[in-house]
Design a protein around this ligand. Structure first.
Ligand SMILES: *[C@@H]1O[C@H](CO)[C@@H](O)[C@H](O)[C@H]1NC(C)=O
Ligand SMILES: *[C@@H]1O[C@H](CO)[C@@H](O)[C@H](O)[C@H]1NC(C)=O
Ligand SMILES: *[C@@H]1O[C@H](CO)[C@@H](O)[C@H](O)[C@H]1NC(C)=O
Ligand SMILES: *[C@@H]1O[C@H](CO)[C@@H](O)[C@H](O)[C@H]1NC(C)=O
Ligand SMILES: *[C@@H]1O[C@H](CO)[C@@H](O)[C@H](O)[C@H]1NC(C)=O
Length: 741
């Protein structure tokens, strides 16, 4: 019954839901932070790293935590340049705990607001043991100093460290959205200035809201109609308009005009321009609307090109998270030309919200003062007539919802919920631009995804924190090309791309990462931003089509001989390298099916208790499909033959594990081959007179072993890449002959 009713409400949303479901919602690659040159900052005894301010002008990341603020080197956050403590006094803590709050947790100072002021100093607010306080902080001579110009933070910063809030400092005035009282029951959006202006305490304005984000759009200077700058507020609240269901959460966008001064008699010191609308992110299979978790403002050009990217999570059990993007002009259209909702009382106390179809007073309710209003003598909000003000006081909600671009999400994914998002634009080799989404998750990772003309591609997943540590904040610095993430226990720094981690041409091109391309001459995956125009033709990148046909074929390779001792178990290693590749094992030309003795794992084939009849020619083929084409990304052949005991005994590399049901044996055939190759090459190198041993890398073409030359570049981060890559290859080689169950 309930779902039926809800369906009635959400049918418009459901009908516009996308029909084409993402083909795959697995990231193509998994990377760990160490592997791709990322870094982690944490300080002993300090937690809750969830406020960040980028100071690219100073080369700093200002990080707000519990009772402490750090100034970290922007390009290397493990380098702490300065730190200042801001602790609450014992007396304040006691007062807080007497009011029933937890001494150890709630009665501390959580830094929540960090903004850059016009003079270069910073505005800082903390929860200060349930008594929010703000101060001014400066950074000079490698020192952070709190100037002790304490001021009341009520209405600017939350009392409760667990409550979401939003704020923006615009031309010296702080716009904020939070609860203004100790109990957290009085939500406001306000501007702190000589003329403080705020929202009405009415459920039709804000109804148990959870504030998500606030963004300033500076359209005042360019708007052809002489319109004002706008402050957009994104939040989630309990819907008033669906009265049959008492706790339905909906996502909203609201906005106010920057120079709103409130009304003269009606709406004194309250916004005359507060209007709000529902934000839809229609996802099929979700019976209840998804709710917003974070929003990112992306403006590639002037204000009218701005797009808000938002992440959504389900309020039911559907496990789908989504990204939707909204044009600022689409939101403006709903507010400037849409219909309003109006409450009507049916029966005695039952209020129903319906579309208002009567005439609107002039100036239009909720509009900023623009040229048209000025021409009619309304120079500021104080001049607005009561009729206009009363209308908006009682009807701040628009009838129409704001729909995302193309009326569908850019990305839908099952799995750990999305928490945060930032978006970067990059230029591909062919000059096209692409918006790359970096999405923080509940399980401590960052997804990197692109939507290519409706096709959702999740390029990689970077594990930044432990699985149990949700990403609580994400920031992007285009100046240094790094991402910064914060969790309750650490802050992380992540590069925007990890091209060098793609070992082969197919891997690099099928990744469809707009930052990366395969250099056919240098035989490596390179960042395309550094490719000189005259060498474009030798770099392969195919973003829209994922076409890797220019890559050299992965040829058939000489078989690897493996001797085994009957009765023991064998593992034949075969790493697909991509989560999207299919692995197919054949034995003497026939497909291997999983059985009691043959187990096909993601990274290899395990033959338990091999009998002499297990001998044969085994091939592992990894095939990745892209736009209807199949690419063989790996092709490994093993010739398995029963061997003698002496060979196995003498070639054992690791001791047998105790207490294992199946004995573990490590064969050394590969090592022998390797050593011989190595020795041969060394001799040859000595002969040629240029010996440098940089590491053994497995060549893209299966198992041929090559002695790599020295790393081409010697910057620190690149060295890190190479080192970790060598290590993982070494591990793979060890694993190749390791037999275990
Ligand atoms: C990659 O990471 C995701 C999410 O943590 C996980 O579900 C998946 O199993 C990982 N894949 C591999 C191959 O490790
Ligand atoms: C601060 O971090 C601690 C340690 O992880 C966590 O238990 C606590 O919930 C965090 N507090 C807030 C307000 O997020
Ligand atoms: C980063 O900073 C840490 C701590 O100051 C330092 O040990 C490390 O060498 C730095 N790394 C680079 C690449 O500069
Ligand atoms: C910073 O250092 C310079 C030179 O050492 C000194 O003249 C200046 O007074 C210092 N400024 C502050 C704010 O301490
Ligand atoms: C803003 O940019 C758009 C697209 O580039 C352009 O069409 C429009 O004229 C610009 N508006 C102003 C006011 O410059």
């Amino acid at each position: 019954m309930l779902s039926l009713l809800l369906l009635c409400v959400w049918v418009p949303g459901l009908l516009s839901a996308p029909e084409d479901w993402p083909a795959h919602s697995e990231p193509r690659k998994n990377f760990s932070l160490g592997g791709n040159g990322g870094r982690v900052f944490r300080e002993q005894g300090v937690w809750n790293y969830s406020t960040m301010l980028l100071r690219e002008d100073l080369g700093l990341l200002i990080l707000g935590a519990r009772e402490a603020i750090f100034a970290l080197e922007l390009s290397n956050i493990t380098h702490k340049r300065a730190m200042v403590k801001w602790q609450v006094t014992g007396e304040m803590q006691e007062r807080c705990s007497r009011k029933g709050k937890n001494l150890e947790i709630e009665c501390q100072n959580y830094i929540r607001i960090l903004h850059r002021m016009r003079d270069g100093r910073m505005y800082v607010c903390g929860t200060s043991a349930f008594s929010p306080t703000c101060d001014i902080m400066s950074y000079t001579n490698d020192t952070l100093t709190l100037e002790d110009k304490k001021e009341d933070g009520k209405g600017k910063c939350p009392f409760d460290p667990f409550q979401r809030y939003a704020s923006e400092l615009v031309d010296g005035e702080l716009f904020s959205a939070t609860s203004i009282n100790f109990l957290g029951s009085e939500p406001v959006m306000m501007r702190s200035s000589a003329e403080t202006v705020r929202t009405e305490f009415k459920t039709s304005w804000l109804n148990e809201p959870n504030f998500i984000g606030m963004e300033h759009i500076a359209e005042g200077e360019e708007n052809p109609e002489g319109d004002d700058d706008k402050i957009y507020l994104f939040f989630v609240e309990t819907a008033v308009e669906y009265d049959f269901y008492n706790r339905l959460e909906v996502s909203r966008v609201a906005r106010v005009c920057k120079s709103d001064m409130g009304g003269q008699r009606t709406l004194q010191r309250k916004w005359t321009s507060f209007v709000k609308a529902r934000l839809d992110c229609p996802v099929r299979d979700s019976s209840l609307p998804l709710i917003m978790q974070d929003v990112f403002r992306f403006c590639p050009g002037n204000w009218s090109t701005c797009v808000f990217y938002a992440v959504f999570t389900p309020q039911d059990t559907s496990h789908y998270s989504a990204v939707c993007a909204y044009k600022v002009t689409d939101i403006g259209e709903v507010f400037s030309h849409g219909k309003f909702k109006t409450p009507v009382t049916v029966e005695t106390s039952f209020v129903k919200w319906v579309m208002y179809s009567g005439d609107l007073p002039f100036p239009r309710p909720g509009a900023c003062i623009n040229n048209e209003a000025r021409d009619k003598g309304f120079l500021k909000s104080l001049d607005l007539p009561d009729k206009t003000l009363q209308f908006i006081r009682d009807r701040p909600l628009m009838d129409q919802a704001v729909l995302p671009i193309n009326e569908r999400p850019l990305l839908v994914k099952k799995g750990p919920a999305f928490t945060r998002i930032v978006v970067a634009r990059t230029t591909a080799l062919d000059g096209s631009s692409h918006e790359v989404m970096f999405i923080g998750t509940e399980s401590g990772s960052i997804l990197k995804a692109v939507n290519y003309d409706g096709e959702m591609v999740i390029i990689e997943e970077m594990q930044v924190f432990q699985q149990s540590e949700p990403v609580k904040i994400l920031r992007l610095s285009l100046t240094v090309g790094l991402l910064y993430a914060g969790s309750e226990v650490a802050a992380g720094q992540v590069p925007l791309s990890s091209c060098r981690l793609y070992p082969s041409c197919l891997d690099c091109v099928l990744a469809r990462d707009p930052y990366c391309g395969w250099d056919l001459a240098a035989k490596e995956c390179v960042g395309v931003n550094n490719v000189r125009p005259d060498t474009h033709s030798q770099v392969v990148q195919s973003l829209m089509d994922g076409d890797a046909s220019r890559c050299p074929l992965v040829g058939g390779v000489k078989a690897v001989n493996v001797s085994f001792l009957p009765g023991f178990s064998i593992k034949l290693q075969c790493q697909p390298g991509s989560n999207l590749a299919q692995v197919q094992w054949h034995r003497d030309g026939r497909p291997v099916v999983s059985s009691d003795t043959h187990h096909i794992h993601r990274d290899g084939l395990v033959i338990l208790n091999a009998s002499a009849s297990a001998a044969g020619r085994y091939t592992c083929g990894c095939v990745e499909s892209s736009h209807g084409r199949d690419y063989v990304t790996q092709n490994i052949t093993y010739d398995l033959r029963p061997g003698s005991r002496s060979l196995v005994e003498t070639s054992r590399l690791e001791p047998r594990m105790q207490g294992e049901q199946h004995t573990l044996v490590v064969l050394q055939v590969m090592v022998v081959v390797l050593s011989l190759t190595l020795a041969g090459l060394m001799v040859w190198n000595f002969y040629k007179g240029h010996f440098h041993l940089a590491g053994l890398c497995r060549h893209e073409q299966g198992q041929s072993i090559v002695l790599d030359s020295a790393p081409r570049e010697s910057s620190n981060s690149n060295n890190n890449h190479n080192r970790s890559f060598e290590r993982s290859n070494a591990e793979e080689k060890d694993g190749l002959n390791k037999a275990h169950t």
